[in-house]
Ligand binder design. Structure first.
Ligand code: HEC
Ligand code: HEC
Length: 300
């Protein structure tokens, strides 16, 4: 915390102390020997005959307030809170959080260490490992790929047989550990604008066996050989090393509507899967890899 903030907190704490002290002094002054509930009213009157007595606070109640003030002094000596003093216990929220994380990690390390020794087939047969995978997936992956792992526009479906970056154990492990960045450049200018982009979109639809205009597709085909073949391959089946999707199947990362295809071809796409090697241990990534493979095996 910078000095400015330290002073800011300290002045509020000190101000609260002084204000409480004065308030307590002030309200103890009203202790009179008059009998409670007689004579002294606030002067308010409701419904003709309802009045409010103006009695001093009971002594035990005031004492409770004083106790809280004494408690807070002790608290501010032990814990950070005054803004200018760290407290004798040397406690901090971040430290407590890290300690709890370390304790949990230690508790689970033993469980996951057992999984390290198993191979992927064994892991997929082990219901406990798959439950652990499901939980890890829910915590770390579901926000993008969906809790059923079926993805959404721009987020691949992990339950199908189609892999943008490859579906064997090593490829999936690499995807999860290091992340992936799919970069498709925009080709609007190279294709000569709207007309060329439309023709290309028709050709892409023809590759996928979708309804298309044959003449426009033929015009697009010539350009495909120039601009697209390097990444998507001569037959459009893609390239897992570059993350260039297969254009001949019925699986589309961005949908197969004319508008979406034209947008992709005109402006390109840039999409990334975050790396998890910093967040998840190797054991956990292993369990997740087995789980992700299992998801598509289930669909077969
Ligand atoms: C912030 C969103 C996000 C999170 C969180 C995320 N992913 Fe992804 N993931 C993506 C995107 C986007 C892609 C596609 C990348 C691309 O287009 O190149 C992807 C791609 C993948 C692929 C490659 C699919 C293929 O067809 O090759 C796998 C496998 C994968 N993610 C698994 C996971 C797992 C397991 C987790 C949890 C540990 C996870 N993802 C968490 C966004 C995310
Ligand atoms: C430098 C390599 C590269 C070139 C060249 C390239 N693409 Fe791509 N393309 C990609 C990558 C990588 C993706 C995936 C982008 C992502 O992950 O978001 C992609 C995605 C696409 C998609 C979306 C597929 C889907 O499933 O939604 C279409 C359509 C496409 N490209 C068509 C083309 C066409 C047509 C050309 C030529 C004009 C072309 N690409 C040139 C790399 C390339």
């Amino acid at each position: 915390m910078s000095l400015g903030w330290q002073l800011y907190v300290f002045i509020i704490v000190l101000g609260t102390f002084i204000a409480n002290f004065l308030l307590l002094r002030w309200s103890s002054k009203f202790r009179t020997d008059e009998k409670l509930g007689e004579g002294n009213t606030t002067g308010h009157r409701w419904d003709g005959d309802l009045e409010e007595y103006n009695n001093p606070l009971p002594r035990w109640w005031l004492n409770l307030f004083q106790l809280t003030v004494i408690f807070s002094i002790g608290y501010l000596v032990l814990y950070p809170g005054s803004g200018i003093y760290e407290g004798t216990l040397d406690w901090s929220q971040a430290q407590q959080y890290e300690q709890q994380v370390a304790e949990e990690e230690a508790r689970y390390a033993a469980v996951f260490a057992g999984y390290t020794e198993q191979d992927f087939d064994q892991l997929q047969q082990d219901p406990d490992a798959m439950t652990a995978g499901l939980n890890l997936f829910g915590n770390h992956c579901a926000q993008c790929h969906g809790s059923d792992a079926r993805g959404a526009i721009g987020f691949p479906n992990l339950t199908d047989q189609d892999w943008q970056w490859g579906g064997d154990v090593a490829q999936i492990t690499a995807t999860i550990s290091n992340g992936r960045n799919g970069v498709m450049p925009g080709w609007g200018a190279a294709l000569g604008g709207e007309q060329g982009v439309t023709a290309m979109a028709h050709y892409v639809r023809s590759l996928g066996g979708l309804e298309h205009d044959a003449d426009l597709a033929t015009a697009g085909q010539a350009q495909y050989g120039l601009f697209c073949i390097a990444c998507h391959g001569p037959d459009g089946s893609g390239n897992v090393i570059l993350g260039a999707p297969n254009l001949t199947d019925d699986i589309w990362l961005y949908g197969n509507s004319m508008d979406s295809l034209k947008l992709t071809i005109d402006q390109g796409r840039n999409n990334s899967m975050p790396a998890f090697s910093g967040t998840l241990s190797e054991d956990k990534i292993k369990v997740l890899t087995a789980y992700v493979k299992q998801l598509s095996a289930d669909q077969q």
